[in-house]
Design a protein around this ligand. Structure first.
Ligand code: KG4
Ligand code: ZN
Length: 339
């Protein structure tokens, strides 16, 4: 089954063709980064306008690169939640029109679940596993029981981890998008130049919850308070110290969740799963007997292949949407449960 996956929830206009859920025939990602760069952040109105201009060509390119014709597509999967509403609507309406024209099924896909599923396309892991979803909008530690069955163990109570990377980079004018630049600068910085503490959350029955707004504020407004001796205030040192703290906050909860749940498999997804420090710290868990997988870098950030991959699973199990498929900016409620 050839599934066309469409992703337009934020600033990537992406379309992929995936065969039988794991053979990526094409994955075209038209990024709007350069156009949002002057604003150092995504401008929603600009994003939806660009999706409208680009979507038709991106879909055509994906089908051509797959070596197929429109009539070879068996179904369409499209991100319909959560994200920027105007941007989501462009993808959803295109998907519905495309499916109607070819008389094939269409299915709306949850962006968060797709990030959690991305590693399953290339490196399938047996369920259940501990899922670590880290992106610009979300930070979730969860028990993934199946492609459609996720128990949330902990989330950020304020900023997402990727948002903290982006805001710190914006404040220090490091470049855009922030996460990638901080990752790069950190390689030549001293990560002990500033000793930023993690949050001391007294969350009782919510021990896996995280907070990133305190760290962000500390790095931006209270740099001297956390300066280690006479450490130099270079971009590299600030980036490396921030990155160590940000990844540390997450890893502490990941380790606790692994211990409490007894899970021995871990997978990460989302843009921040491309971070080199996070990848190496998660890989370290293998020394303790865990199996750890990530998506390749291209499948970490927003892409159509993860939408097509997850879409295939739903379609194969008989799920379909109809003409009333709509977009929603909101996060669909996940089960909250604690071991
Ligand atoms: O998954 P994604 O493309 O979009 C959302 O669903 O949010 O994630 C984008 C986020 C941004 O905050 C970006 O700065 C961050 O992922 N990011 C990184 C890296 N690459 C992207 N953060 C840290 N290190 C990276 N290498
Ligand atoms: Zn995303």
């Amino acid at each position: 089954m050839n599934v066309l996956g469409i992703e337009t929830s934020c600033d990537e206009c992406s379309c992929a063709v995936v065969r039988d859920g794991n053979e990526i025939l094409s994955n075209v990602i038209a990024t709007q980064i350069e156009l949002h760069k002057p604003y150092q952040g995504v401008v929603p109105e600009l994003a939806s306008r660009l999706h409208t201009e680009w979507i038709s060509q991106v879909v055509t390119a994906a089908i051509m690169q797959a070596g197929l014709k429109n009539s070879d597509i068996d179904a369409v999967a499209v991100t319909n939640r959560p994200g920027l509403l105007g941007s989501l609507l462009v993808g959803v309406n295109f998907a519905k029109a495309f499916a109607a024209a070819l008389d094939i099924p269409v299915i709306g896909i949850d962006h968060i679940r797709a990030h959690l599923y991305a590693s399953q396309i290339e490196n399938p892991l047996e369920y259940p596993y501990l899922g670590v979803l880290v992106s610009g909008g979300h930070t979730v530690i969860c028990k993934v029981n199946g492609y459609d069955d996720v128990d949330v163990l902990g989330t950020t109570i304020d900023d997402a981890i990727g948002e903290a990377f982006d805001k710190v980079a914006k404040f220090y004018d490091l470049g855009y998008p922030g996460g990638v630049v901080i990752d790069r600068l950190s390689k030549s910085g001293d990560d002990m130049a500033f000793l930023f503490p993690g949050p001391t959350l007294d969350r009782g029955e919510h021990p896996y919850d995280m907070s990133y707004s305190g760290l962000k504020t500390g790095v931006i407004n209270q740099l001297d308070k956390f300066r280690n001796g006479n450490a130099e205030k270079t971009k590299e040192n600030i980036a490396a110290s921030f990155q160590r703290a940000a990844v540390g906050i997450l890893m502490k909860r990941v380790k606790l969740a692994l211990k409490d749940t007894g899970l021995r498999r871990v997978s990460a997804g989302g843009g921040v799963a491309a971070n080199s420090l996070l990848r190496s710290e998660l890989k370290e868990l293998e020394k303790g007997g865990c199996t750890v997988t990530f998506p390749s870098l291209k499948l970490c950030t927003d892409n159509g292949a993860m939408i097509a991959g997850l879409g295939y699973r739903y379609l194969k199990d008989g799920f379909r949407d109809d003409d009333y498929l709509n977009a929603t900016a909101r996060v669909q409620a996940f089960k909250k449960s604690y071991p």
